[in-house]
Design a protein around this ligand. Structure first.
Ligand code: NAD
Ligand code: UGA
Length: 480
């Protein structure tokens, strides 16, 4: 069968995999190859055990893989064959040198640009799918144009707005698709080619075209605005705890104003995920680099407020448990940064676990999808326990039930057995329906619950016998 377009996606991650799967499903006239430098990731995509848990993804992969969707490590071959190349590599926060802790680490992205230049044999449209600092396309163009091989590259920005856990729904029914291009004849022509692909399933009025720099910057701004709403409501949750106001009533009352809207006003233990902090810090760094100090300070507060919320949550656990958690067992319900994903990148659970271990608590972690990632995230925990002056018998991470500081326990009832407290960190729907009477009976008394997502029935838990600490509302305790 001959295909109308050959599409390549470089980077088979959380964005590249699901996005290309949906394009493959909706554009049977396109042949799509997804490549990655990680042979392990590619072989997982080609197996029955795909590397990402995302509702609905499995089904689409089964429908399209081997038909018009292929996963491969042959990057050079893919570049040669492609008309359109999506670049969807990771752009984490830089951990070294100039801008460390704030700027984007563009090494993976730059390597991709060089690989494209070295292997291209015909004109290509290059689509920035990764989230990048504003004006990155300019740097990409410079690299691409540095070769004197008479090949034309047109760079577009097409940032991705999917959220994990709802990626397939977000891709199938996006609020909008954003395509940035130069306003030249070639730029507009390339943008029209990409519009045609999305128009296979996205209504035309939802496909927004813009200039390149607006598209790049819009992505950072969208994430900054979303995170800002969470930090705003979390800041008020602290005030509620001092005043007996109820944060859920405030979210409802404030969010009912159609100018404000109700979404992203759920208080929590803090936002996590691979992008919010990274993208805001990048925005801060960009503002600083243009000497816009007030702009930079304004957005940096969103991240600082989030750090405060995570810190506050741990401090509350310690304070309410009589100012010590040393050698007490605390069960963490949920490790993923949000429900319906196994992703733990920048999850508040990582910070909370480390802080509790520093306080010499025993931490048992349960999560329906994220325990494999939790194990990787907590690899250094042995050292942390040792630095904390502990003997070898009490350090380390384990799946069993020895004397280890941190245990990963798939069954929540097992995780909570003999625990002094449960701290709910991820809003997995199954946690609402647990048998809390059974949990209570198996725990040490007095038993505590810290609901970091406000999803439990607090009154009922109190009646069972728990001392209950939601976020941003009154506590229910049995103490005088
Ligand atoms: P990821 O880490 O899951 O995937 C990136 C992949 O790129 C990895 O598999 C890595 O091996 C591969 N890679 C790196 N360098 C490569 C190279 N030179 N050649 C081939 N492959 C290479 O990252 P992700 O979560 O998919 O994010 C990708 C980009 O999309 C980031 O810029 C991110 O900010 C943005 N984004 C992510 C999400 C999300 O929900 N995760 C949503 C919107 C936008
Ligand atoms: C977010 C954005 O929603 C996407 O549009 C964007 O494409 C993506 O980042 C990205 O660039 O990576 P994601 O991080 O997957 O998506 O998930 P969100 O649903 O935005 O949740 C982020 C964090 O905020 C989670 O920890 C979540 O629990 C928390 N959150 C969310 C709250 O604490 N309260 C809320 O009301 C909403």
């Amino acid at each position: 069968m001959s295909f109308k377009k050959n599409i390549l996606c470089i980077g088979a991650g959380y964005v590249g995999g699901p996005t290309m799967a949906v394009i493959a499903k909706k554009c049977p006239d396109c042949r799509i190859v997804v490549v990655d430098i990680s042979a392990e990731r590619i072989s997982q995509w080609n197996s029955d055990n795909i590397p990402i848990f995302e509702p609905g993804l499995d089904k689409i992969i089964k429908e399209t893989r081997g038909g018009n969707l292929f996963f491969s490590t042959e990057i050079e071959k893919g570049i040669k064959e492609a008309d359109i190349i999506f670049v969807s590599v990771n752009t984490p926060t830089k951990t070294f040198g100039e801008g460390a802790g704030m700027a984007s680490d563009l090494q993976y992205w730059e390597k991709t640009a060089h690989t494209i230049v070295e292997n291209a044999e015909s004109d290509k449209i290059i689509v920035e799918k990764s989230t990048l600092p504003v004006r990155t396309a300019e740097a990409m163009e410079r690299i691409l144009k540095a070769s004197n091989r008479n090949i034309k590259f047109e760079v577009l920005s097409n940032p991705e707005f999917l959220a994990e856990g709802t990626a397939i729904k977000d891709l199938l029914e996006p609020d909008r698709v954003l395509i940035g291009s130069h306003k030249t004849e070639e730029g507009l022509k390339a943008a029209a080619t990409l519009v045609d692909i999305y128009a296979h399933w996205v209504p035309k009025e939802k496909i927004i075209t813009a200039n390149l720099w607006s598209a790049e910057l819009s992505k950072l701004v969208a994430n900054a605005f979303l995170a800002q709403r969470i930090s705003s409501i979390n800041s008020i949750s602290a005030l509620c705890e001092k005043t007996d106001a109820d944060i859920s009533e405030i979210s409802y009352a404030v969010g009912s104003d159609s100018r404000i809207g109700s979404k992203f006003l759920k208080t929590s233990v803090g936002f996590g995920g691979s992008c919010f902090s990274k993208d805001i810090l990048n925005l801060v760094y960009i503002a600083q680099s243009y000497n816009l100090k007030e702009v930079a300070d304004y957005w940096e507060m969103v991240v600082k407020m989030n750090d405060y919320q995570k810190r506050r949550f741990v401090q509350k656990i310690i304070k309410e448990m009589f100012n010590t958690v040393a050698n007490k067992k605390i069960a963490l319900f949920g490790f993923a940064f949000k429900a319906d994903t196994g992703d733990t990148r920048d999850s508040p659970a990582i910070y909370i676990t480390k802080k509790l271990v520093e306080e010499r608590a025993f931490v048992s972690i349960t999560d329906p999808k994220a325990l494999d990632n939790a194990r990787k995230d907590l690899e250094g925990i042995e050292r942390l326990a040792a630095e904390n002056g502990e003997g070898s018998g009490n350090s380390g991470i384990a799946d069993g039930h020895g004397g280890e500081r941190v245990k990963l326990v798939p069954d929540p009832y097992e995780a909570a057995r003999d625990a002094h407290a449960i701290a709910l960190l991820t809003e997995w729907v199954e946690y609402k329906d647990l048998d809390f009477e059974k949990l209570y009976r198996s725990m040490k008394k007095p038993a505590f619950i810290f609901d970091g997502r406000n999803i439990l029935d607090h009154k009922k838990l109190y009646e069972i016998g728990f001392n209950v600490y939601p976020i941003g509302m009154s506590h229910f305790t049995h103490f005088e």
